[in-house]
Write a protein that binds this ligand. Structure first.
Ligand SMILES: [Zn+2]
Length: 241
């Protein structure tokens, strides 16, 4: 089996052409061309372009027409030396929220941090350090804080809003971090759970935008965008907040 570095340019172009035959959308065509131009160091992507690509991928997923790109052994091998993801996705650990699938992207495309309740504020060095690593070392231009409908962690925070130490182990400490979102969404019109889920995402986005010393300056310079979104388990749709 050849490594990508051993594949000749002609073979690479042939592979790309085969990819194009399979591709039936202009967006995919653009991606394949980009790959053909620079297999090793792809050109940087703007925050808006990265967000646009994710939402287009989600639209394909919702329509039941995913292209499921970059998932072959060759794609994995090509990335063995380096990665160039276009977005950090901070998503819930929930088994139904699978970022690569719902955004219809492939290996190396997104840098995913998953934690129950997609908690950021108070989550500590492991979560913030993971996000900061992607920004500082990999120059990722976009962070998406992705909540989802029916989130069990947010439900637990609502249920135990007035009770401390009501959940076993470290679950209680995790749920405590979501309670501010529940409290701040109290009294808003609409569904109480949906409101708390949205507020939890919004608080995460705000926290990240102010996170020093890596994230906040880049946001201010326009090199990095932080957005919130909610994934609907029933429809598969990701809605930007
Ligand atoms: Zn959840």
């Amino acid at each position: 089996m050849k490594r990508l570095s051993e594949v000749s340019r002609r073979e690479f172009m042939t592979l790309s052409a085969a990819g194009l035959t399979l591709a039936n959308s202009t967006q995919l065509f653009a991606v394949s061309q980009k790959e053909a131009v620079s297999a090793k160091t792809p050109p940087p992507v703007s925050p808006d372009q990265a967000l646009h690509d994710l939402l287009e991928g989600n639209a394909r997923f919702v329509k039941g027409q995913p292209t499921s790109p970059r998932r072959s052994p060759e794609d994995f091998r090509a990335l063995a030396e380096a990665q160039y993801p276009h977005a950090v996705i901070v998503a819930c650990a929930d088994s139904r929220v699978a970022p690569e699938i719902l955004f219809d992207v492939g290996v190396g495309d997104i840098f995913v941090v998953r934690i129950a309740g997609n908690v950021i504020g108070g989550a500590g060095a492991t979560v913030k350090g993971s996000i900061e690593y992607a920004i500082a070392e990999l120059n990722v231009p976009l962070i998406v804080v992705l909540g989802h409908s029916g989130c069990g962690a947010v439900k637990a925070a609502m249920k135990h809003i007035d009770v401390k130490d009501s959940l076993p182990g470290a679950i209680n400490g995790l749920v405590e971090l979501i309670k501010p979102a529940v409290a701040q969404s109290h009294g808003l019109p609409g569904d109480v759970l949906d409101n708390a889920i949205r507020k939890n995402v919004e608080l995460g986005v705000e926290r990240l935008k102010q996170l020093q010393p890596i994230v906040a300056p880049r946001v201010k310079e326009g090199k990095l965008k932080v957005v919130g979104a909610v994934y609907d388990l029933r429809t598969g749709t990701v809605t930007e907040l």
